[in-house]
Design a protein around this ligand. Structure first.
Ligand SMILES: Cc1cc2nc3c(=O)[nH]c(=O)nc-3n(C[C@H](O)[C@H](O)[C@H](O)COP(=O)(O)OP(=O)(O)OC[C@H]3O[C@@H](n4cnc5c(N)ncnc54)[C@H](O)[C@@H]3O)c2cc1C
Length: 593
């Protein structure tokens, strides 16, 4: 089984040359988190992930989570030990409010922690990820008492958190939730209903589990407008913070899944469980939206993290495995498969996409930090600018990186040949684990709809076109560089397509929503890939050309521009086509005869 090497230099490169960490650290809000401090901490985090967490990944897959008749769920022993050490490390608290025990570091630094944690063990990483979502919700919308009661222990990880939206009839359509909340007369509520697919809904690695549950209060209006959010702890908490009685929230089964076996996916039954309203009545859906950006960013990151881990393993295999004679190698010898052009193609494709995804994810996180710091400095224009930019990138990060994550883990498996298809090498685990990310936290179809339905129209398309203008300027600079080949030309061509698609969709939106949505997924791919290329161009142009490591980054950026970016040039017709072709056959005609 291969080890995991934290890609610290790659992360540093993106933070320095693409996501402008220095500018984030120069703001008043994040002034205490200077780049050197952040990189020192990340070096420690990397060591922790490689030594403590990465070795547990296989146990997650082969032992997995186990459900027991008494409703308990147990994880492999190695998970418990690693989680205990994670709590002791304090790394999880980095981005949170110092008033409750966090370090107040920028989100971009927390994303680096999360990248390494997810590469090391995605199934385990989901416990802190869901906790983070619950922390954000309570912090943003909870009362002072709720914050004081829950946040400190959630920030350390002693207590974990969950997000309970999904029910059998309410998946993408969260407005169809039927779980009920009845007032108990003392300010608390009785929550009754069943939730499915609840990640880390029950487990034995933390002392308490703080469930956030969407439910309907009596006589609430139908749809999303009638949904409220409740906090429902597994163990009720005394006024002195001690754990009291077990609440009537239980796990009645866990799912058997394609991947992430070490992440319990629970069917949760709430049987008059005691909960408290978080935020106002009927504000549940709106409040959920405030933390969706971070959650979607973190799930997009999973595509990057698993691609990185799978790539490292594939690279090792390609160097070790000998088959055939490479072109130009002496007769009678056999060569490592890394010498064959097609294997090089697969490796370079992974490497370039990993760089592109990392550029996108960290830029997105940095934009959220810039929006926060502008808001805290009272700079309304700056806050709006950065928030719009971050909002545009969110569906690209979530949709593109998770789709590409499945493709890159598949390529890594392909490099292993038959040994990739058998479980022994572990290549298959990354592929199976990656497959969930395009599905949860809003399927990628929903991300594409968000992109064309909400994001594209910001400033009448101005947020997109400002970015494309920047890329045009960068294409000119690439032309002037000695070692960027046709990257500038290809970037300019992609921008032309992205502009045409954007203009078309903006015109289509008001009168033909079906065609708008019909073209949304190819549009996300076209725009997302162009954005990755534009960001890689920024890094390539900013990096010192004489540095050996930077040269590898420039080569991979050029490969992206010359060989990956052109793959989206054929998408324009499917974006601009009318949806008529999608509906030409009615459902009965789609039936196989
Ligand atoms: C392993 C795992 C962990 C999960 N963890 C959690 C969790 O912790 N908490 C939680 O609340 N939920 C969780 N979920 C649920 C997850 O968020 C949902 O599965 C997801 O939102 C999709 O809902 P669905 O499965 O009902 O699919 P459906 O909504 O039935 O969608 C089926 C297909 O139809 C498409 N579709 C549906 N509606 C539209 C539309 N309006 N426009 C375009 N396409 C559409 C979808 O894109 C998809 O391809 C988890 C799921 C899994 C499998």
């Amino acid at each position: 089984m291969s080890d995991y090497t934290p890609p610290l230099r790659d992360i540093r490169f993106v933070m320095e040359h693409i996501a402008d960490l220095d500018q984030i650290s120069a703001t008043e809000l994040f002034g205490h988190a200077d780049p050197d401090t952040i990189h020192d901490v990340l070096a420690e985090v990397g060591r922790f992930m490689a030594e403590v967490v990465a070795p547990t990944n296989r146990d997650g897959d082969t032992i997995g989570a186990s459900w027991h008749e008494d409703g308990s769920v147990t994880l492999p022993d190695s998970f418990k030990t690693a989680y205990e050490k994670w709590v002791a490390s304090g790394f999880g608290a980095m981005p949170f409010d110092p008033d409750y025990g966090g370090a107040g570091f920028p989100w971009i630094s927390a994303i680096a922690v999360q990248e390494m944690l997810t590469s090391a063990n995605m199934a385990l990483s989901l416990c802190p990820l869901l906790t983070q979502g619950a922390i954000d919700a309570i912090h943003a919308h909870g009362s002072d008492d709720q914050r004081a009661a829950y946040l400190p222990k959630m920030m350390t990880g002693e207590w974990s958190g969950t997000m309970n939206l999904t029910e059998p009839q309410a998946g993408s359509d969260v407005g169809a939730v039927t779980t009920k909340a009845e007032p108990r007369g003392d300010g608390s509520w009785a929550i009754t209903g069943q939730k499915i697919f609840i990640t880390w809904g029950e487990h034995d690695v933390a002392d308490n589990i703080i469930h956030l549950v969407l439910a309907r209060t009596p006589d609430s209006p139908p749809g999303t407008k009638g949904i409220s959010m409740f906090v429902v702890p597994k163990f009720l908490i005394g006024s002195d913070g001690s754990l009291g009685d077990r609440n009537t929230a239980s796990c009645i089964s866990i799912e058997h899944k394609l991947g992430i076996h070490g992440s319990p996916t629970c069917v949760m039954s709430y049987d008059g469980a005691i909960g408290w309203l978080v935020g106002g009545e009927h504000e549940g859906m709106r409040n959920m939206f405030t933390m969706m950006n971070n959650a979607r960013l973190s799930v997009g990151l999973e595509g990057l993290s698993l691609s990185e881990r799978a790539y490292q393993q594939a690279l090792q295999y390609a160097q070790d495995r000998e088959q055939g004679r490479a072109i130009g190698a002496p007769a009678g010898t056999s060569s490592p498969i890394i010498e064959h052009p097609d294997v090089r193609r697969m490796l370079m494709t992974q490497r370039a996409w990993i760089d592109g995804m990392r550029a996108l994810v960290y830029t997105n996180a940095g934009a959220l930090d810039r929006a926060d710091s502008a808001r805290s400095a009272g700079d309304a224009d700056g806050a709006r600018h950065w928030q719009e930019f971050a909002d545009l990138l969110i569906p690209l990060t979530k949709g593109l990186c998770t789709d590409v994550g499945t493709e890159m883990t598949s390529l890594a498996l392909q490099i292993h040949g038959g040994m990739g298809y058998v479980e022994e090498t572990g290549a298959a685990q990354h592929y199976r684990d990656a497959r969930i990310a395009p599905i949860y936290e809003g399927t990628n179809g929903i991300q594409a709809a968000d992109l064309v339905g909400r994001k594209l129209g910001m400033r009448s398309g101005g947020v997109v076109t400002d970015l494309l203008d920047e890329f045009d300027a960068r294409a000119d600079a690439l032309d002037a560089a000695d070692d960027m080949g046709a990257f500038g030309e290809r970037l300019r061509a992609a921008v032309v397509d992205a502009r045409a698609a954007t203009e078309h969709l903006l015109q289509t939106a008001p009168n033909d929503p079906r065609s708008l949505l019909g073209g949304s997924t190819p549009y996300l791919r076209l725009l997302g890939t162009t954005v990755c290329a534009g960001l890689l161009a920024k890094g390539a142009l900013a990096a010192d050309v004489d540095d050996e490591f930077n040269a590898t980054k420039r080569a991979s950026a050029r490969f992206f521009g010359e060989q990956i970016l052109p793959t989206v040039s054929g998408l324009l017709p499917s974006i601009t086509a009318s949806a008529d072709a999608l509906y030409e056959l009615d459902p009965t005609q789609l039936t196989t005869r």
